[in-house]
Design a protein around this ligand. Structure first.
Ligand code: GUN
Length: 302
């Protein structure tokens, strides 16, 4: 069994990005600029955004954090998004989710110019991914794909089973694994109402767990020699830790790891790759890789 080291891979990619940025700036180019909008003071969101700002510094990016209180009006947020859409100095921006209940998240996401949507959440980016056009890929699926690629885990023609159908992980991950230019796999998507889940998972060469159900993937769901990717990061109370919690993945690691050829740990697997892919998307935005490119994707479909 080999452990997939997301922490080391993310550090290597951030160093590669920083090198590219140094070259851009040496040649008189524009320093990539990411803006994050944070509404309220949720502990998890504060940590995520602080880590994004820190990653920007590591990559040599400019970053700006814009804060609003919990009771901000939706129209105020929409005005800010409109301003950022037009600001030529801003390459990409994100609105940290979740948002307070009185704000329509989908309306906020759709207000972002898809060419600056470095989260890859805008329906235009989702649709472009579906048909194989250049787009911003959501960070978690992109990070998983990058891990599979860098560890040279063959995916072409393999059976990839994804448990979870969220808009930010399960659905885009399944599309990416299906695309000829990416996973080129045979894909099965399972979810909370799937019958015979264990039988299906046991057929997986690559099993991707993204349910948020701690330790729910057990040894009897694994084909010996499979690659197992654990997207779960549930915070479980743990009085022995300074933070008061520990992170638990969707996979029962002790049971499952001995059966696998490759497995991602939690923490230190998929998690560190996510912010790193946001940085890569921001660099791509700064290099204008997405804007107005429209190659013919039809040859990718057979
Ligand atoms: N909340 C949890 N994950 C994410 C993410 O990747 N992007 C944004 N904008 N909000 C999140």
């Amino acid at each position: 069994m080999k452990l997939i080291d997301g922490k080391a891979t993310a550090a290597a990619i951030k160093a590669e990005i920083a090198e590219t940025v140094r070259t851009i700036i040496d040649q008189g180019g524009h320093q990539p600029h990411l803006v994050a909008i944070l509404v309220g003071h949720d502990g998890g969101s504060e940590t995520y955004v602080a880590n994004k700002v820190k990653a920007c510094a590591e990559c040599g990016f400019k970053s700006t954090l814009i804060r609003f209180e919990d009771d901000v009006e939706e129209t105020t947020l929409l005005q800010e998004i409109d301003r950022l859409n037009k600001d030529k100095d801003v390459d990409g921006f994100i609105v940290q989710l979740p948002l307070p209940r009185h704000i329509n998240e989908q309306r906020i996401i759709e207000a972002i110019d898809y060419r600056k949507d470095v989260d890859g959440f805008h329906p235009v980016n989702a649709g472009r991914m579906m048909v194989g056009l250049p787009c911003f890929l959501p960070a978690t699926p992109k990070g998983i794909f990058e891990l599979l690629r860098r560890y040279q885990i063959s995916t072409s023609g393999k059976h990839c089973v994804i448990i979870g159908r969220s808009n930010i992980v399960g659905k885009p991950m399944s599309m990416l694994m299906l695309q000829k230019a990416f996973g080129d796999s045979t894909v099965t998507i399972c979810h909370s109402h799937t019958e015979h889940l264990k039988d299906i998972c046991r057929q997986a060469d690559i099993l991707i767990a993204a349910t948020g159900q701690p330790a729910s993937v057990t040894a009897d769901m694994i084909k010996p020699g499979a690659t197992v990717i654990d997207v779960g990061t549930t915070r479980l109370p743990d009085a022995s830790r300074k933070s008061g919690f520990r992170l638990q993945g969707d996979v029962n690691f002790e049971q499952v790891a001995p059966l696998c050829s490759y497995i991602t740990p939690v923490p230190g697997g998929v998690g560190p790759m996510t912010i790193c892919m946001l940085m890569l998307n921001t660099l791509e935005a700064a290099q204008n890789r997405i804007a107005d490119q429209s190659s013919n994707p039809s040859s990718q479909n057979n």
